[in-house]
Write a protein that binds this ligand. Sequence first.
Ligand SMILES: NC(=O)c1ccc[n+]([C@@H]2O[C@H](COP(=O)([O-])OP(=O)(O)OC[C@H]3O[C@@H](n4cnc5c(N)ncnc54)[C@H](OP(=O)(O)O)[C@@H]3O)[C@@H](O)[C@H]2O)c1
Length: 348
Amino acid sequence: MANPPIENRRIVYAKRPEGKPTADCFRLETVPVDVPGIGQVLVRNDVLSVDPYIRMRMEAVDSYAPVMTIGELLVGRTVGQVVESHDAAFEVGDWVVGRLGWQDYSVASPKDLQKVTQGTAPLTAYLGSLGSTGITAWVGLMEFGRPKPGETVLVSAASGAVGSVVGQLARRLGCHVVGIAGGAHKCEVVKSDFHFDDCLDYKSATFDDDLRRALPRGADVYFDNVGGRITDTVLPLLNLFARVPLCGLVSQYNSVEPYRIRNYREVFNKRVTIRGFVLSDHRDLWPAATQDLMKAYADGQLHYRESIAEGLENAPAAFIDMLDGANIGKQLVRLRPAAATTTPRDAS
Ligand SMILES: NC(=O)c1ccc[n+]([C@@H]2O[C@H](COP(=O)([O-])OP(=O)(O)OC[C@H]3O[C@@H](n4cnc5c(N)ncnc54)[C@H](OP(=O)(O)O)[C@@H]3O)[C@@H](O)[C@H]2O)c1
């Protein structure tokens, strides 16, 4: 390597938010690049994934993940290129995915990296549909939703990274798939790009009636990404022995007061199974999930979109706006000008 990098820009957690995070909850710092030791590599991060769970980690109490401390580097997966290697398994130029944080350069150990190659799919897909996002959708649906052909699967945050994959996997299994998303445009995208049978706009004044009409035979699986009022509206529409993989509660992450569910008795009446799950508990399923997602993609049955912000300095805004619903598909941030990560075919 001709000129080793000297400076590393990174974003750290600066202030606990009250409700919606603001720009001053984050701080951009310039620090010396860490020096990789024996058995380590230095990675230049190209594209960063920003994810809703970070908001939970900004709370004052632990969720399933520990609370972040002020001054801590923001966590997030990146795709990047090895620029210095002190491990025989990695060469300069290798592309890797890892949880390397909101920063330009990261020192990493090989056990924390996955090598990815160009060709099958654009590299950014390994941060989304073909990576942990897709695996989350697969684990929740297949392990806890267990849909059967002909059943109705309802998905909230349907235009988002996880939700869009869930619906396509369910369609592939022969299910009738209905999405819920914010706004008429997003609902159109859910139907046209992700091939859901139907999609309802939860921001519409007629949402409750629309949803009831769209589910004349009820729902057998409700893949819940949002919680709150939407889940409350859905509960009476669930069928006997319905399954609810509870993937996240994004409608609640910025809330100061949690929404109180009123229709909980429906869970008892219909003998519904609600199963919260966290991806990291199910590593045994990752290989099967990855294989199936790759097959769905190769067969043209898994389409994806990405919303890409430009520049590390814009990562906080991309995160804040994503929690507000600005994204369609996976929210990413490009840290340096597009190179070999390639422009994905569906980038928006
Ligand atoms: N369990 C796990 O291991 C795991 C792993 C990854 C992700 N997750 C969870 O999966 C969910 C989706 O994550 P993602 O990465 O795919 O994000 P995403 O859906 O791509 O983006 C977040 C979306 O949430 C929706 N949203 C925001 N506020 C809302 C509200 N008040 N009511 C309804 N929808 C709202 C927005 O869409 P609209 O415009 O439609 O409102 C926004 O686009 C999150 O709850 C996340 O925490 C869980």
